[in-house]
Design a protein around this ligand. Structure first.
Ligand code: ZN
Length: 412
């Protein structure tokens, strides 16, 4: 039986979101948390974007060191040869890529404005797949942007061409959130049957259906005999109304009526990490978790009304579908309400030593402390907010990697 894989795109779709962004250190922490959670793959960035170069190289080094393992780190580029060439010039160690091109007539006429026809799209894509393979890419996903507004026969032709040229997966992008669970199920079942290649399902929330569509799409791919790769983002952060929320997708796969009996995750996921990853993403993006967010929202396990409170006290199963402990909740949080010493871009050695001492980091010499402090200052310049404990621990543990993350490569 085909299985479901989780492919998180927070570090690509999430950071593309208007008015939002992450520092390179925050992106790295996201990769670490995704890996600890058991997520199969992270679309970790843009290999053709110059300011990403050292971040991507540093994260591949972390993979080599075993810190980011077994998670698969994959870069997103356009499905054109020039992007493949630039990728392997800037990030030679990259092993996994997704190549994206628009496939709908709307985009062909509205975006390419007559410069490309349907066959040009397929040619550009297959040339890019060939080039990526020639450069040694280990896995290649091909993304059909605006797939939900693409004629299904053309999409099958596009998928077959990708497969013939050695692509490993086809990404069905519901770029505008246009699908509903019924249409996406049919589309993905058809693609799985006719193209016979693992299918990625990439959904957006413009109609509030991103999680439901992801589940229905995965079911379609599996019923068609192929593995499904659900694209998620943490807290659903993504272009416009956002993407399918990582935690909600995991809950829906494992807890919804009858689904988990037949459709399963390929590898176990530590749902107990949900609360931490959601809170870090919220802090890093500067976007509060909605009070009613599934599993991780402040009200997800709150009860006030008489009948509900009475019912849940007698047996939580009366009014709760799953236990808060499963999400890693329930531990008391320590909030300092008195004097606070934070890191900042102008921090000094005394305050810094105090902060590090509180998290049990001791330095062998004043020189070492000064070196780490300098990196912490740089990290603050980039994030413009006090660093969290895990960021400080990361810098203290991997100063050389941190230095790379915090170095903006000069423009050429
Ligand atoms: Zn997207």
């Amino acid at each position: 039986m085909a299985k479901i894989y989780l492919l998180d795109v927070t570090n690509r779709d999430g950071v593309q979101t208007a008015k939002l962004g992450l520092s390179k250190l925050e992106k790295t922490l996201i990769n670490i948390y995704l890996n600890e959670m058991g997520v199969f793959q992270s679309e970790f960035g843009f290999p053709t974007t110059k300011h990403e170069t050292l971040y991507l190289q540093a994260n591949l080094e972390l993979a080599e060191m075993g810190v980011l393992r077994p998670i698969r780190l994959e870069g997103w580029i356009r499905a054109v040869v020039v992007d493949v060439e630039t990728t392997f010039k800037q990030v030679p160690g990259i092993k996994h890529l997704n190549l994206s091109i628009s496939t709908s007539d709307q985009m062909i006429t509205g975006k390419f404005q007559g410069r490309k026809k349907r066959h040009d799209i397929i040619n550009d894509m297959t040339d890019a797949v060939d080039a990526a393979r020639a450069h040694g890419a280990e896995t290649i996903g091909v993304n059909a942007e605006d797939a939900s507004r693409t004629d299904i026969d053309y999409l099958v032709e596009f998928g077959l061409a990708a497969k013939e040229h050695g692509a490993d997966r086809l990404r069905y992008c519901d770029t505008l959130g246009y699908d509903n669970p019924f249409t996406i199920y049919e589309a993905l079942k058809t693609l799985a049957e006719k193209v016979a290649i693992p299918i990625e399902v990439h959904c957006h929330g413009d109609l509030g259906l991103a999680v439901g569509n992801s589940l229905a799409g995965a079911k379609g791919a599996i019923d068609g005999g192929q593995d499904a790769y659900i694209n998620t983002t943490i807290n659903g952060i993504g272009e416009r109304a956002g993407n399918a929320d990582l935690v909600a997708v995991i809950l829906a796969i494992t807890k919804s009526k009858g689904f988990a009996d037949k459709y399963r995750l390929a590898k176990p996921v530590k749902l107990t990490r949900a609360s931490k990853i959601a809170e870090f993403a919220s802090y890093a993006f500067g976007v509060p978790i909605p009070i009613n967010q599934p599993g991780v929202g402040a009200n997800a396990f709150a009860h006030a009304s008489g009948i509900h409170a009475d019912g849940v006290l007698k047996d939580p199963g009366n009014y709760e579908l799953y236990d808060f402990k499963e999400l890693g909740r329930g531990k008391p949080k320590f909030v300092d309400t008195g004097r606070e010493i934070c890191t900042g871009q102008y921090s000094g050695i005394s305050g810094f030593s105090h902060i590090m001492g509180k998290i049990d980091v001791e330095f062998s010499s004043r020189d070492e402390a000064s070196e780490i402090l300098e990196l912490v200052r740089y990290a603050n310049v980039e994030s413009q907010k006090p660093l969290v404990e895990d960021e400080l621990l990361f810098i203290a543990k991997y100063p050389d990697i941190a230095k790379k993350l915090l170095t903006m490569k000069p423009l050429e």
